[in-house]
Design a protein around this ligand. Structure first.
Ligand SMILES: [Zn+2]
Length: 340
């Protein structure tokens, strides 16, 4: 036999057949036909014996080139078929789904919402104000005069000479008294800033202040509402007690303790064996504060309180280090996803 094999025609024919395959089932017989043990290529190789000696080299090279070409084409086709299969067949609808991780509210947010909801039920509005305050709203209007130690730069972050990062949310009360009509019931949750940093103090923390102004408002109203708040937060059997104290913006002023929710008042580590836990400061609005916002203290009276949100959250959830609230460690935060 002479070297009269038409390699070009064979190549075109093989390409056409391979291209027509749509899956492995139709491709495998084509593969066998061309490059299998008894396939066309093997047949062509077998015929080399019949080729004239001076053409053997050329003939062998042509068969090998054809074999390489067909093998490549088949490999390309296999990749194509596998690609299309991974898009369609790999979706296994019977597998259990992957539950996305649900977020949860930060314990600080929880306490703010809880306290807000207690007061909203009693007709209090929830107000907010700027975190950078003028000295007037942060100190002066709250009866803290220019040389009062509370203005000490060791406690206060000054932004400019007369602007500070608010050290309390009381400025919101002043703004609300200026803008709103009386009578007034409000609470103001928000961030406050002080130069302080250890396991129980953070340079930024959260406070909720409350204010009620009306004619004939007295200390009895304050006691009743604060006790109600403590019972909502720490259980219906909680009792409260008031100790005389001093704040520039209230007169008289008091600090309030709540009976220990862990030992029920018998004494434990949490309450330092006193049976009571200090929770907030409060008092009747000082007449000077009313005068600063043009409210007649002879006609109106009011009470106010301020409570630390972190302190409540630490007690509610048994957290001992305040810094845990701000580190955004998911292992810490995910513990609160069970609470609704
Ligand atoms: Zn106790």
């Amino acid at each position: 036999m002479q070297n009269d094999v038409d390699f070009e025609t064979l190549k075109t024919e093989a390409e056409k057949e391979i291209a027509s395959a749509t899956n492995m089932d139709s491709l495998l017989p084509i593969k066998g036909k061309w490059i299998g043990k008894d396939g066309i290529i093997a047949g062509l190789m077998g015929q080399i014996r019949t080729v004239a000696n001076d053409q053997k080299k050329q003939y062998g090279a042509s068969v090998n080139a054809l074999k390489t070409h067909i093998t490549e084409k088949i490999q390309e086709k296999i990749s194509q078929i596998e690609d299309s299969r991974s898009a369609v067949e790999w979706v296994d609808l019977s597998l259990p789904g992957i539950r996305p991780k649900a977020g949860s509210l930060h314990p600080i947010t929880r306490v703010i919402r809880q306290v807000s909801s207690i007061f909203e039920k009693m007709g209090f509005s929830v107000e907010s104000g700027p975190e950078i305050e003028t000295e007037f709203y942060n100190f002066e209007a709250l009866n803290v005069p220019a040389h009062h130690p509370a203005r000490d730069t060791q406690d206060t972050f000054f932004v400019t000479q007369d602007r500070v990062l608010r050290t309390q949310t009381s400025g919101i009360q002043i703004r609300t008294m200026q803008a709103a009509s009386l009578p007034l019931r409000m609470i103001a949750p928000g961030k406050v800033f002080r130069v302080d940093h250890d396991a129980t103090h953070s340079p930024v923390f959260h406070q909720i202040e409350g204010l009620m102004v009306d004619k004939d408002v007295h200390f009895g109203h304050l006691k009743y509402i604060l006790r109600l708040m403590m019972r909502e937060l720490f259980g219906q059997e909680r009792e409260v007690r008031f100790r005389p104290s001093f704040f520039p913006f209230t007169e008289p002023s008091a600090e309030m303790d709540v009976s220990c929710f862990q030992c029920g008042g018998k004494g434990c580590k949490l309450c330092k064996h006193t049976g009571w836990i200090e929770v907030l400061g409060c008092g009747m609005v000082d007449p000077n504060v009313f005068l600063a916002v043009n409210i007649d203290p002879d006609v109106y009276s009011g009470w106010a309180f301020g409570i630390g949100v972190e302190r409540i959250a630490m007690m509610q959830y048994g957290i001992s280090d305040i810094r845990a609230f701000y580190e955004n460690d998911v292992r810490f935060l995910s513990q609160f996803s069970f609470v609704i």
